[in-house]
Design a protein around this ligand. Structure first.
Ligand code: B12
Ligand code: SF4
Ligand code: SF4
Length: 374
C-alpha cells in the first residue's frame, strides 16, 4: 500500500464530506502537554470536565494498539445569525455561545469521522482506527496544533489562518504511518487583546487558563454560582465567546458551510422568562439537539434567572415569585431571591419578605437575607 497516495485520497475525500481542514501527525507521546497538564492539576486550574488519566491523555499508544499517526480535523462554524432576535424590555433574551449553535458538534464531527473511517477501511482493510471528539482522552487542541491545523493562541484556542478560531476539532488515531504535516507559525506576536478582554481574568497568562473561573465553565456548573460572578456572566446561558470575539484573526470571520450548524434564533437566543417554568420534556425537545444542553436544564435555568436579575427585569417579578415559592431546587430558589434583590423594587422586596417567612432551606434563607440587605 502506498500511504502517501492514501493520504492524498483522504484529503480529497475529506473535502467532499464537509471537513474544512485536515492535518496529519505522528502518534508520539505529547510530552510538553503532559508537563502542562500536571502543572494545571497542581494549580487546581482544571475544570474537571477533562479526562483525568494524564497518561492516557498524552500517550496515543495506550488508546490504540499499534498507533502510528493521528488525523486531525476541523469544521468551521458560523459566528453571526442570519436572522437576528433582539431582547427588548419585557421580552429579554439569553445567549448560547456559538459553539452551541445548530446541531451538537459532537454528533456532526463524529458522523464525519465515521465516514472517513469507512473510506479508509475500504482502501486499506488492515486499518485500525479510533476516532474522538471532545469527550475522548486526547487533547483535541494539542493534536490539532501538532498536525498544523492552527497555532495555539494566547486565548488557548487553536487559530486557523483560514477560518480563525471558530472551528470544532476532532481526531482519529490510526495504525498507518502517514507522513506528518508540520505545525504552523504562532502569529499572536505582541497582541494581548484576549487577556485584557477576559471578564474574570481566567486567562492568567498567554496560553494558560484557570478553567475554574472561566465563564464558560461557570455557566456549566450546577450549584450556586459564586456571588462575585453573577453580575459578570450577564445574559450568557451557556459558554462564553469574549476572548475569541476580540481576536484580530476572527475579524470578519463567519462561515456558513454546514446547514446543520446554522443557529435557530429562538434556540440560540431564547426568551428568558419561559425558561423558568420549562418542563424536562419541553427542554429536551427544544434544546436537546444542541451542545449546550449536555448538563440538563438546571444550569440554564439558573443562568436565565441571573440574566433577569442582570437586566433588572421588573416584568419577571411574578415568575420569579412563583419559582421562589414552588421550585423544589434550593439553587433555583436561592438564585431567584438574588435576582429579585437586583430588581430591587418595593414589589420585589415584598416577595422576598413573604418568602422569608416560609423558606426552610438555610442556603436559600441566606440568599433572601442578602437580597434584602443590599
Ligand atoms: C475541558 C475543556 C474546557 C474547559 C477548560 C478549557 C481549557 N482552555 O483548558 C472549559 C469548560 C473552560 C472550556 C471552555 C471552552 N471550550 Co472547551 N474543551 C475542553 C476539553 C474537553 C479539554 C481541554 C483540556 O484538556 N484543557 C487542558 C489544557 C492544559 O490543554 P489544551 O488546551 O487541550 O491544550 C493546549 C495547552 O495544553 C497548550 N500548552 C501545552 N503546553 C504548553 C506550554 C506553554 C508554555 C503554553 C503557553 C501552552 C501550552 O497547548 C495545547 C494546544 O493548544 C476540550 C476537548 C478535548 N478533549 O481536548 C474542549 C475544547 C478545547 N473546547 C472548545 C471550545 C470551543 C471551548 C469554548 C470556546 C466554548 C465556549 N464558547 O464557551 C471555551 C473556550 C475557553 C478557552 N479560552 O479555552 C474546543 C476548542 C476549539 C478550538 N478552536 O480551539 C475543544 C477542542 C472542543 C472541540 N472538540 O472542538 N473547555
Ligand atoms: S471564555 Fe470568556 S471567561 Fe473564559 S477565558 Fe475566554 S473570555 Fe475569559
Ligand atoms: S487576541 Fe491576540 S493574543 Fe489573543 S489569541 Fe488573538 S492574536 Fe493571540
Amino acid at each position: 500500500m502506498n500511504f502517501d497516495q492514501l493520504k492524498q485520497a483522504i484529503i480529497e475525500y475529506s473535502k467532499e464530506i464537509g471537513i474544512d481542514k485536515i492535518g496529519f501527525t505522528t502518534a508520539d507521546p505529547f510530552t510538553t502537554l503532559k508537563m502542562r497538564l500536571i502543572k494545571q492539576q497542581e494549580l487546581n486550574y482544571q475544570s474537571g470536565f477533562e479526562e483525568s488519566d494524564i497518561e492516557k491523555r498524552t500517550n496515543p499508544a495506550l488508546l490504540l494498539d499499534g498507533a502510528a499517526s493521528i488525523i486531525s480535523i476541523a469544521v468551521a462554524y458560523p459566528t453571526r445569525m442570519k436572522e437576528k432576535r433582539k431582547g427588548k424590555k419585557g421580552a429579554r433574551r439569553g445567549l448560547f455561545a456559538r459553539a452551541s449553535w445548530g446541531e451538537d458538534y459532537h454528533t456532526v464531527l463524529r458522523e464525519r469521522l465515521q465516514k472517513l473511517e469507512e473510506f479508509i477501511k475500504s482502501k486499506y482493510p488492515e486499518a485500525r482506527l479510533k476516532s474522538m471528539v471532545d469527550t475522548g482522552e486526547l487533547s483535541d487542541r494539542a493534536v490539532a496544533e501538532r498536525a498544523g491545523i492552527g497555532w495555539s493562541g494566547k486565548n488557548c484556542a487553536i487559530i486557523t489562518p483560514e477560518f480563525g478560531s471558530f472551528v470544532y476539532l476532532g481526531e482519529m488515531i490510526t495504525n498507518i504511518p502517514f507522513e506528518p504535516d508540520q505545525p504552523i507559525e504562532d502569529l499572536c506576536g505582541d497582541c494581548n487583546k484576549c487577556l485584557k478582554a477576559c471578564p474574570t481574568g481566567a486567562l492568567v497568562q498567554g496560553g494558560q487558563i484557570n478553567a475554574k473561573i472561566c465563564i464558560s465553565y461557570l455557566t456549566q456548573t450546577k450549584d450556586f454560582l459564586p456571588e462575585q460572578y453573577r453580575s459578570i456572566i450577564g445574559n450568557r446561558l451557556y459558554g462564553c465567546d469574549t476572548c475569541q470575539i476580540v481576536c484580530p484573526y476572527n475579524k470578519g470571520v463567519d462561515f456558513h458551510f454546514h446547514e446543520e450548524l446554522e443557529p435557530e434564533p429562538e434556540i440560540a437566543k431564547p426568551l428568558l422568562t419561559p425558561l423558568l417554568s420549562i418542563s424536562n420534556r419541553e427542554f429536551k425537545e427544544k434544546f436537546g439537539r444542541t451542545a449546550g444542553a449536555w448538563r440538563g436544564k438546571k444550569p440554564i435555568q439558573r443562568n436565565a434567572i441571573i440574566a433577569l436579575g442582570h437586566f433588572k427585569e421588573e416584568s419577571a417579578i411574578d415568575d420569579l415569585q412563583k419559582v421562589l415559592k414552588d421550585d423544589p431546587r434550593p439553587v433555583i430558589r436561592g438564585t431567584a431571591a438574588w435576582a429579585l434583590g437586583k430588581i430591587g423594587t418595593e414589589k420585589a422586596r415584598q416577595v422576598l419578605r413573604s418568602a422569608r417567612k416560609k423558606e426552610k432551606d438555610k442556603d436559600v434563607l441566606n440568599e433572601i437575607e442578602h437580597a434584602l440587605a443590599d
